[in-house]
Design a protein around this ligand. Structure first.
Ligand code: GTP
Ligand code: MG
Length: 328
């Protein structure tokens, strides 16, 4: 790591902590790129970000996630709390701008320095989206945003990746589900810590919530009967409306209860530990790749792989040799 880059990262971190939102935005770009400056910044910020609550907001396309996130921002601001949002944009490159919906919603809080909204590309992260999100959340928490909401794209891999690293996974379900619950189709109820039935201003929300509660009860019993791994308690189901704000303060309170519990409950400590393990293992794998990229080592790797391909060398010996090669 060059000293200039490290100094740049430290400077950005200090300015961001002192309240510069511009520095925070630039810092997050460095963190997302996993640049030397971003790494230096994280080294400084990580120890200062312990009380963070990273909330993954997920649900089927059109379920009402963005509207609910906007309502949660309002609810948080109504009580004077700062709040940050990471919006996962499936298409934009890492340096790309915010998606349209977020631009619109940002207007509402323009000039409010205690709301920080940032879009993040779903793809193209060294080490994956989950790691990038955790790093960004740590930086945000250290810079005065302990509550970080992260809205994922609606379908696909991002949900599962984010659910694996979020402190809390909030599954958003619209009541217009007919016979099939969208979240079940997407396999999301399995990762839910909290379920919000949104569009509660429309008919059917209470019924949908009752059906979901019944389903989750059956699911919980089934898990016990099957001797499955211990799961968190049955997720709470709340009826909200992002559009009118109905129930949103209660939802925020439910999130806060989980945040408080995660500091005391043993199961939570275990999940934080699993996340830490994934982070460290990911960085180790990345460091190995970096070292392997060196031309001389790459040549040795190619020759070793050739030897394995022709069965002149077994793959275990090959791996051990390569590891010896990259260790100092
Ligand atoms: N009546 C009513 N409509 C809502 C509510 N929340 C969202 N909607 C509408 O539902 C549609 C989808 O809302 P979004 O918040 O964009 O949903 P989303 O889950 O973010 O959608 P994607 O990001 O595309 O997956 C929009 O037309 C909203 O106006 C609500 O609480 N009440
Ligand atoms: Mg959305």
């Amino acid at each position: 790591m060059t000293e200039a880059a490290a100094a740049h990262g430290v400077r950005l971190a200090e300015e961001a902590r002192a309240g510069s939102r511009r520095a925070l935005a630039r810092l997050l770009t460095e963190v997302e790129r996993r640049s030397p400056a971003g790494e230096a910044a994280l080294r400084l910020l990580y120890p200062l970000s312990g009380e963070a609550h990273l909330v993954g907001v997920t649900g089927a396309p059109g379920a009402g996630k963005s509207t609910l996130v906007a309502a949660l921002i309002r609810a948080a601001r109504a009580t004077g709390r700062p709040v940050a949002v990471l919006a996962i944009d499936p298409s934009s490159p890492i340096t790309g701008g915010a998606i349209l919906g977020d631009r619109v919603r940002m207007q509402e809080h323009a000039g409010d320095t205690d709301v920080f909204i940032r879009s993040m590309a779903a793809r193209g992260h060294l080490g994956g989206l989950a790691t990038a999100s955790v790093d960004a959340a740590a930086a945000l928490a250290a810079c005065g945003f302990p509550l970080v909401l992260i809205e994922t794209v609606g379908t696909g891999q991002s949900e599962v990746e984010i659910a694996a690293v979020a402190d809390t996974t909030l599954v958003v379900q619209s009541p217009e589900m007919g016979d099939e619950v969208q979240a079940i189709k997407a396999g999301l109820l399995e990762v839910a810590d909290l379920v919000a039935v949104t569009k509660g201003d429309r008919p059917g929300a209470d019924l949908a919530a009752a059906q979901l509660r019944a389903m989750l009860t059956v699911g919980a019993q089934h898990d016990r009967a099957a001797g499955d791994r211990p799961r968190p308690r049955r997720p709470e189901v709340v009826v909200v409306s992002g559009a009118t704000g109905l129930g949103v303060a209660d939802l925020l309170a439910a999130l806060d209860r989980r945040s408080a519990a995660q500091r005391t409950e043993a199961g939570m400590a275990a999940s934080r530990r699993a996340r830490a393990a994934a982070q460290v293992d990911g960085i180790v794998a990345e460091r190995i790749r970096e070292r392997m990229a060196d031309p001389a080592r790459r040549a040795i790797r190619e020759a070793t792989i050739d030897a394995v391909a022709t069965h002149a060398l077994d793959p275990y010996d090959a791996a051990d040799r390569l590891l010896r090669e990259i260790l100092p």
